[in-house]
Ligand binder design. Structure first.
Ligand code: ARG
Length: 297
């Protein structure tokens, strides 16, 4: 339990300590994309990978066919098996348009090296399966756009659109939220990410429901002013259920049929920690929503 949240700011020394300890483990792993799902700043503290036993949806259960049916997996094209190739999630909002997190567009050349922008030719999108070891169709990507205000050393405006080379048929597409739902209402989050800090990722798509929390509650967990209008927080005070590394870019949905894309998995300090919440890109923010819509055709 982290009991150092005196004035709301996470002590820098503590973050550094966590960074150092996770860096040591990260260097031992050879997965090409070990760092690629890790966005800047605070999120680095939670770096985990599949091979070392990383973190997935925490406290979840297997997703059914109707739980975020538009969920896709982002893959490294050069890696043959889907389980090892998957590094982020995404949502189809049209037959050939995927919404994901901007930080999913980047990976690190070396542990401390510069972040490199992915090229469309280096990635693919997995559709048509909920199991990374079975079935599905790998589709090429023809374009990647990210929000013009996204900065690789920040967490804000964490949204991107990927254009597919082929059209996905036969599934319902996500709708873009215009409202968030009230504080306390539940978001359905799905992903193939880690099942806990220090645990492995799931070949089976997992789901978890987490309640929306207020910006004030969330800033108390992070730092004053750190939670922008482009962010939405969700989670339980006692922790235990959350998204985690590898879930990034994936959907947080609401409304009765959970077809409304309300959040995009973005970052968090660790996963499922008490009084620390998952942070999602807020789709209802006009700047986020307009960016996505601009790339819908
Ligand atoms: N940044 C992570 C990823 O790249 C997602 C982290 C979400 N963390 C959380 N505690 N909700 O997969």
């Amino acid at each position: 339990m982290i009991s150092t949240r005196t004035s709301g700011a996470i002590p820098l020394a503590l973050i550094s300590l966590i960074l150092i300890s996770t860096s040591a483990r990260a260097q031992q792993v050879s997965k090409t994309d070990a760092d690629m799902t890790v966005p800047p700043a605070v999120v680095q503290s939670t770096l985990e990978t599949k091979k070392e036993g990383g973190i997935l949806i925490v406290g979840g259960t297997a997703a059914g066919p109707n739980d975020n049916p538009f969920q896709v997996g982002l893959l490294v094209k050069a890696v043959g098996d889907n389980f090892n190739a998957q590094f982020c999630g995404g949502s189809l909002i049209a037959p050939d348009v995927v919404v994901t997190a901007a930080h999913c567009n980047y990976y690190r050349e070396t542990k401390n090296g510069p972040k490199l922008l992915r090229k469309p030719s280096e990635v693919q999108v997995l559709t048509g399966t909920r199991n990374l070891t079975q079935g599905g169709v790998r589709r090429d990507v023809t374009a990647i756009w990210q929000h013009p205000n996204y900065k690789t050393n920040g967490n804000n405006y964490d949204v991107a659109v990927w254009k597919l080379s082929t059209q996905v048929q036969g599934i319902p597409f996500a709708q873009l939220a215009t409202t968030d739902g009230t504080v306390g209402s539940e978001l359905l989050v799905t992903g193939w990410g880690a099942t806990g800090e220090g645990k492995g990722s799931s070949p089976v798509l997992l789901k978890v429901s987490v309640p929306v929390v207020s910006h004030a509650t969330c800033e108390a967990a992070y730092a004053p002013g750190s939670i922008t209008p482009q962010m939405l927080c969700a989670g339980f005070g006692p922790g235990g259920k959350d998204s985690c590394q590898g879930d990034s870019g994936g959907p947080a949905t609401r409304s009765r049929d959970n077809m409304t894309l309300t959040g995009i998995v973005s970052y968090g300090w660790g996963c499922a920690r008490p009084e620390i919440y998952g942070v999602y890109t807020r789709v209802s923010d006009p700047e986020i929503r307009d960016f996505i819509r601009q790339h819908l055709n």
